[in-house]
Design a protein around this ligand. Structure first.
Ligand code: AMP
Ligand code: ZN
Length: 479
């Protein structure tokens, strides 16, 4: 006989509790989505006039870890990272030269070619950091000019905009609570700029929605205000609205964007739609510094993911390096710290291979898994979560299946290829080992199988394993 309790459809389990630090309140808050089971997540993307430095990559590892944590908790996550391929001046405060012009002049080509080149490089870098780029929309600002003009027009019609000598400006005095993000309301933003303000600009914090074309501007479009190009902030408001709606669950970016860019996005979006809040949870990552200095293209102390690879590090060593710190903690980059992260990840992969072999890929639940999930759901406490992972993997108290179950969950949240540990590249093996591999190839070519076997043992003694693949020898770190 069936009990009546079971005759009803089972209720879906409530989503697990996730806490996030919201820059709007400054505190940790329980995440509650606008629509049950769904999350819209917008991340400010790069200006594609140059390659993304390793510092520029931190916000995307962070937002990916956030997206993975939400997805693993059962949410369907809609993700957007915009590509700024127009209209961002060298300084945030509407000053300086257009970055796309700078890039085009530097490489003697067009802004379009520059944008294409560096957008591709950016998306490739994300892929190498185990970010599933096929699950993310990457809208380009130049593809949304119409939407940006339409939003600027709405703002003008609603009385939030005025014309100055060089463009159409947002009047921040008309928007109650301007500067609420980061508690900057009332602070005279952009004060103290040594450059004279544009003629006719009414308040220091007012910002361009549309800039009138200047001689030498390579990117220009027609608009109700004449030819020109959009201000930088309007693209995020227009593209997030077009792709995710008037109100978003989560918006992320580097903490440098709080004061100006994100307060300007809030002002434009809320004034245009009449709906607030534009974003329910604002999350910001701290910076990656180099020897205490900010890493930035403009300071010139920049490293790229390709530099790390050239020095023999796996790109995921950078992801591991970022995850060792909480996203709100400033991190100082050094080659020795990266080497330590690379070695730790190598040991984790080795342990994961052992667990995979011992468990035969069978997974079981465990208290360690619960502890790991609790850390991740507490504002992405990745250092503590990695601590739980390491302790459990090394522990005798957990069965191989429990360890494998934990590794599966850790992979779902962290994105380090823990369930599919890559073979350590031969290039990263010591010179001595690579020489032995070459000698063994020679022995095999001579059909001297005894010598080939002896050399295989020599290689094994040095901690590596050589297999004969269809394209030649494959060297992996021995498990
Ligand atoms: P940009 O192309 O300058 O707009 O930067 C793209 C993203 O990277 C933004 O979210 C910035 O806040 C962020 N960012 C830039 N430099 C760093 C850094 N050194 N550390 C962390 N985030 C950064
Ligand atoms: Zn933005």
């Amino acid at each position: 006989m069936r009990l009546p309790f079971f005759s009803r459809a089972p209720r879906p389990a409530p989503p697990p509790r996730i806490l996030l630090t919201n820059t709007l309140s400054g505190g940790k808050e329980l995440f509650i989505p606008l629509k049950a089971g769904q999350v819209s997540l917008y991340t400010c993307g790069p200006t594609v006039y140059n390659r993304a430095s390793i510092g520029n990559l931190r916000p995307y590892v962070f937002s990916d870890t956030l997206a993975r944590t939400l997805a693993a908790a059962g949410y369907r996550v809609r993700r957007v990272i915009n590509i700024t391929d127009v209209g961002h001046l060298v300084s945030d405060a509407d000053q300086g030269e257009d970055k796309m012009n700078v890039g085009a002049k530097r490489e003697g080509t067009t802004p379009e070619a520059i944008a294409e080149r560096y957008m591709r490089a950016f998306i490739e870098d994300l892929g190498e950091l185990d970010i599933d780029t096929s699950a993310i929309l990457f809208p380009r600002a130049t593809e949304y000019i119409r939407e940006q003009i339409a939003m600027a027009k709405t703002l003008e019609e609603k009385g939030f905009a005025y014309r100055a000598a060089d463009g159409l400006y947002f009047d921040t005095s008309r928007f109650a609570g301007y500067g609420k993000l980061g508690n900057l309301a009332g602070v005279e933003l952009k004060e103290g700029a040594r450059v004279a303000p544009a003629a006719g600009k009414r308040h220091g914090a007012d910002f361009a929605l549309w800039r009138f074309a200047k001689p030498g501007d390579l990117q220009q479009w027609d608009s109700p205000w004449g030819r020109g190009n959009p201000g930088w902030h309007i693209e995020c408001s227009a593209m997030s609205r077009a792709l995710l709606g008037d109100q978003l669950d989560i918006h992320t970016g580097g903490e440098d964007h709080i004061a100006i860019h994100h307060n300007d996005e809030i002002a434009q979006s809320e004034a245009a739609s009449g709906r607030a809040p534009f974003v329910r949870y604002w999350l910001h990552n701290a910076f990656l510094t180099f020897e205490g200095e900010k890493i930035s293209k403009s300071l010139g102390n920049v490293f790229y993911l390709s530099d790390l690879k050239e020095r023999g590090y796996h790109p995921l060593a950078l992801r591991y390096f970022f995850l060792q710190a909480h996203y709100k903690t400033p991190v100082s980059f050094s080659w020795s710290a990266l080497a330590a992260a690379d070695a730790a990840l190598g040991r984790l992969w080795k342990a994961a291979r052992e667990v995979r072999a011992e468990s035969r890929g069978k997974a079981a639940l465990s208290p360690a898994r619960d502890a790991f999930l609790a850390r991740m759901r507490d504002d992405l406490a990745t250092p503590a979560a990695l601590g739980v992972l390491w302790e459990a993997v090394k522990s005798e108290d957990y069965s191989p299946a429990e360890k494998w179950g934990l590794l599966e969950d850790a992979e779902a949240h962290l994105g380090l290829r823990l369930t599919d540990p890559p073979a350590r590249a031969a290039a990263a093996a010591p010179e001595e080992v690579r020489t032995l591999v070459d000698e063994r190839e020679g022995a095999r070519a001579r059909q001297d199988w005894a010598a080939a076997d002896r050399l295989r043992d020599e290689i094994a003694k040095r901690g590596y394993r050589v297999d004969d693949g269809p394209a030649g020898p494959v060297l992996t770190e021995a498990s």
